[in-house]
Design a protein around this ligand. Structure first.
Ligand code: FAD
Length: 396
């Protein structure tokens, strides 16, 4: 039998960040991780902001590329490119980052049990008793942090039954791929392939990239990926092997419940993911700070009731919850615009100048800052476009 102040289930970047923050403040901490090796395989594109680099203390050697802008393509190959002369996003070695977060937590004294899952648990008078699948023994703990990402089983075990409002299915490969400008990200909007989401090429350097797509439909992702390679001009002619694809998903929604007596959800497990871009590293890490602050206070008070842990929701809701709601609005607008309209908007963007909006407000952690002024500009375009359609009808 072992006993820890805190048991964290899931040794991803967010679980390991909570583990580090707790262990370095003297809490005895144990992480239970189902994988044998931390960080493999990576499902993530690893595109992050400077704010995340600073918050996650990402070491320089894990920054693989600097992104200065992007090219957005419509289904019929219209494209719009915006560029900045400073980096506004970074591509990180995501497996390397997970392992870095793990080593940091270890160095502060957190223990890891790899290749293991929780089988069951019992609520006892003064602790939770955790049983692990490949172990006859048990662990007693005062609080459990669920940081299992998009997996549902552990949440269900602890009676967190809320499902995300939307579940975006994704497929991504990291592959050899030559790009003329490796400092741009490339986005392709085609609802027949990436329904209500988008496809992407995120260069790691001039010779290698992460290529993937997301969709809100239940379709064969590998088939969609092959269609992407055949239909997106940017990828035509390239040899892309999908054998090392990673299929995963992005939970979208604002969790109504992220705490119970003795239990806290953090990161993707709490849907702390941005609904417009699917980014969750910054929001999850921010939340890891909130969660550990509240857990340390609870340990001091020896009170792990829902009431005490409520403080966690009071911290993350106004910051991350607000961002999720803003991006949800952007996403609602995005999903109502048809592919044809997106193509017209892209063509118009080449005629008007939105560089100032993008360079002034373009932040990947807060896309609404650029998004809403852009909608104001392009909203006029859509209105004009629809007006022109009507004019044509009347002329017939
Ligand atoms: C295709 C794709 C691209 C993305 N791109 C970006 C991006 O560019 N930028 C960005 O900021 N975000 C991105 N994200 C989101 C980002 O990957 C997540 O927000 C982030 O990984 C969340 O971290 P986490 O620790 O909460 O969950 P995870 O990274 O999923 O880690 C969860 C951990 O829990 C473990 N686990 C699961 N179940 C159990 C169990 N039963 N028992 C024990 N352990 C368990 C898993 O093995 C894993 O190690 C992307 C997501 C996807 C799907």
């Amino acid at each position: 039998m072992a006993s820890f102040d805190v048991v964290i289930v899931g040794g991803g970047p967010i679980g390991s960040t909570v583990a580090r923050l707790l262990a370095q403040n003297g809490a005895s901490t144990c992480v239970i991780e189902r994988k044998e090796e931390i960080g493999f395989p990576s499902h993530c594109s690893g595109l992050v902001s400077r704010d995340f680099i600073d918050l996650g203390a990402v070491p320089e050697h894990l920054i693989l590329n600097r992104i200065m802008g992007g090219t957005v393509y419509s289904f019929d190959t219209a494209s719009y490119t915006f560029k900045n002369d400073i980096a506004y996003a970074y591509v990180i070695d995501r497996t390397g980052y997970d392992q870095f977060a793990y080593r940091m937590a270890l160095s502060k004294g957190a223990k890891y049990i790899l290749n293991s899952r929780i089988k069951s648990f019992e609520r006892r008078k003064d602790c939770l008793r955790i049983f692990i699948d490949n172990n006859e023994d048990f662990i007693d703990t005062r609080i459990v942090v669920i940081a299992t990402g998009g997996s549902f089983s552990v949440k269900k075990l602890f009676a967190f039954n809320e499902k995300p409002t939307e579940d975006i299915k994704t497929i991504q490969v990291e592959t050899d791929f030559k790009t003329d400008n490796p400092h741009l990200v490339y986005i392709y909007m085609n609802n027949n392939i990436a329904h209500n989401w988008f496809s992407w090429v995120i260069p790691i350097n001039g010779d290698r990239a992460r290529i993937g797509l997301g969709t809100d439909r239940n379709e064969n992702l590998l088939e969609l990926f092959h269609r992407l390679c055949n239909e997106w001009d940017l990828l035509k002619g390239a040899t892309i092997y999908a054998s090392k694809r990673v299929i995963w998903h992005i939970p979208i929604g604002l969790a109504r419940e992220s705490i119970k007596d003795n239990v806290i959800l953090v990161g993707d497990a709490a849907f702390q993911v941005k609904p417009f871009s699917g980014g969750g590293l910054y929001t999850g890490t921010l939340s890891a700070f909130f969660a550990s602050e509240v857990i340390l206070k609870a340990l001091e008070k020896n009170d792990f009731s829902r009431n005490t842990l409520k403080e966690y929701e009071r911290l993350w809701h106004p910051v991350i919850g607000r961002e999720i709601e803003r991006e949800r609005t952007l996403r609602d607008i995005y999903t109502t615009i048809t592919d044809i309209d997106k193509s017209e908007i892209i063509k118009e963007l080449n005629r008007i100048n939105v560089t100032k909006i993008l360079t002034t407000y373009g932040r990947i952690d807060e896309p609404w800052r650029a998004g809403f002024p852009l909608i104001l500009r392009t909203g006029k375009i859509v209105a004009r476009y629809i007006g022109r359609k009507f004019q044509k009808l009347f002329k017939r």
